[in-house]
Design a binder for this molecule. Sequence first.
Ligand code: ADP
Ligand code: MG
Length: 376
Amino acid sequence: ATPTALLVGTGRGAQLGVLIKGPEILESTRRVDTVVLDKTGTVTAGAMALEQLVPASGVDADEALRYASAVEARSEHPVARAIAAAAGRHRADLQPADLQPADGYDPLQYEAGSATDRSRRPDGAAGAGAAGAGAEAAGAEAAGAGADGVTIGALQVFDFRSTPGGGVEAVVRAAHSGLGSTEADARGAAGINGLGSRRVVVGRTGWLDEAGVRVPDEVRTAVERAEDDGATAVVVAWDGTARAALVLRDPVKPTSATAVRELRDLGLEPVLLTGDAEGAARAAAREVEIDRVIARVLPQDKAAVISGLQSQGRTVAMVGDGVNDAAALATADLGLAMGTGTDVAIEASDITLVRGDLRAAATAVRLSRRTLRIIK
Ligand code: ADP
Ligand code: MG
């Protein structure tokens, strides 16, 4: 009778939008006592919107957005999508060939690697103003040095590099439209003032600091103020100096608070885990009534947070969307992937929540317990 009950359990799950990889997973689902929730894309919609752009004095806001979005159009991160969308740049507009290197990004492979040989930090190389070897070694979304330029709008983007948990960078210059066009024509068409090519960096201030990029007080203050207000803030820099703060907000999903309550009612302690700043993390946690928050965790350290909880005797479920958390999903006693997340997340997980509705996590736990009760 056992196999039949298990099949019924997993079959019923499919109807409820819960895909369970195999019957053996029901047992770990029964035992979990802690549920770690990734913030971006799991508790929140993962659909950030650019709320405000605060330029440093003397900087043209439109130009700052053009540079930032040209680079971010190559990244899949929710922060990147919001910035690109604000400037009307969409990944869908890029030629498939252009996207090849970026889509070769394998977060699982990256995150599973050792944190030391895949340096997560810009190397602080003088002159260039930003990352270099470090980001390249990280390999995430990287087009690789010297990759062909991609024309985004009237801007050409070369040498795109992405550092998970930090930001992105590339060399950007105005695309010459044809014979006889001058540098000035090209800049006019691209809506930028900069001569020649510029190394543009977009990311969080801590990462830029490590890279030796100068962050003027006015920009830093704008970032801190936005974070205190529960927003996510990144900066765009070129020529070694931060030029503007970009303030983004990612609303909590309408179903998240109910889901957290249901999980707690099932006896699981919810923990919010994020690479985002403390302020943004606390704001989201408050909305869904989670007390325990672990913020500013680098992508490659998320799995270690899970192991840490396990060594404290916890049996841990982790729910994530696979953007920088695939290794954590694989490390958890039970990995649950948002069906709206990446393929990597689904591969790394035991259970897929088809509709991306966090309440399905509670459904999965309830269903497993009920199914096992029937068998026993
Ligand atoms: P989360 O846990 O919220 O998914 P991540 O670890 O992916 O966060 O990212 C942490 C932080 O790194 C972001 O809040 C942002 O400040 C910065 N960051 C990551 N990717 C990018 C990007 N493509 N552009 C700019 N900033 C980024
Ligand atoms: Mg995430």
